[in-house]
Ligand binder design. Sequence first.
Ligand code: CP3
Length: 380
Amino acid sequence: MNLDAQHPLSSGLTADSSLIRAYQGVRPAQTPVWFMRQAGRSLPEYRDLRVGTDMLDACLDPAMASEITLQPVRRHRVDAGIFFSDIVVPLRLVGVDVEIVPGRGPVLGTAVRTRADVATLVSLDPSVLDAGLAPIREAVTRTTDELGATPLIGFAGAPFTLAAYLVEGGPSKDHIHARTLMHADPAAWADLMAWTAAVTGRFLRAQVLAGASAAQLFDSWAGALSQADYVRYVAPASAQAISHVRDLTYLERPADEAADPQEVRRNVPVVHFGVGTGELLADMHAIGADVVGVDYRIPLDEANRRLGGTVPLQGNVDPALLAAPWPVLEAHVLDVLERGRSAPSHVLNLGHGVPPETDPGVLTRLVGLVHEAGRASASA
Ligand code: CP3
């Protein structure tokens, strides 16, 4: 399906941005940079705005979600906004009893442990989201109206990471109940994953249709899985989740219309990211992603080798180094940029989210460094 003519990709507003070009495998003059969790507790303006508002209520308030999304773009001059929301928002909207406990993360009213629990959960109809996602669509539209030529990235949780919260009932280290269920009752597991894919896929699609120029699927906890379990019990549902945006296309006018009037049909780029997933990179790409997000545990040149040298990469500054002395961080960032040059293209990001105690001045300085380094190598 074609995005409508007002969408920032169709209108051309974001189609030639450094982020979208890099996601398409074309290396722009400046390496684009944004940060996972760039919106949030590291920013005093975020902490001020959030006083007295629960996390999920903030996500469902279009004016607040939009303002929080814009804060880090204004402050750091990053090359993309990431929509302020949470992976559990569509679960709440479909009727799951879930809240986000500060300092802990998503906590469920009841854990989904048995075949009967799964049956109760999947009786919640994902199609109610078509109406329920209205505040998300409004927040995205407000945000893209303000962002102009800076692309907005929409996101969703991958089915396994969401199922890990649903089955555990909250945050967990090893996700052992979820991993037990997939083997103990593969049919119930398949029902759970199919339902989760339908819910999270709709959340992602709504953001793209409303104006997001790229989509990122977060499978933060996939690193807990063996490769065999990932391929058999998880990858098909992740492919199903992104199928909700894989059909979305836009027409791009040629750079030189006189020489070549042929419009090019392009798809909305999809990024797939996980933590501790160095062994799964090729499988995570194979679900139909365009770009692979790499955490800080393996260097980008090694990630590129594992992916056969053909996949745009995103990553992978170690968030721990944000609190190290500037020369230490600077050397690390330059090393990440250098290793990123082995891939077809590279979007600089962290290997996981911004820690809440990060000095925001360090992030602003890091953006400057990445842009400077791009200019220096372009003129070299
Ligand atoms: O800036 C951005 O990256 C966009 C916003 C964003 C949030 N959550 C906002 C948020 C994104 C992309 C997410 C995704 C998310 N949520 C993931 C996948 C990415 C990852 O970090 O691995 C996961 C696993 C969650 C679940 C979740 N929600 C956790 C673990 C937490 C942290 C709990 C805490 O207080 O430390 C949340 C809450 C959350 N989501 C916050 C933010 C800004 C903190 C809320 C607060 O301000 O108290």
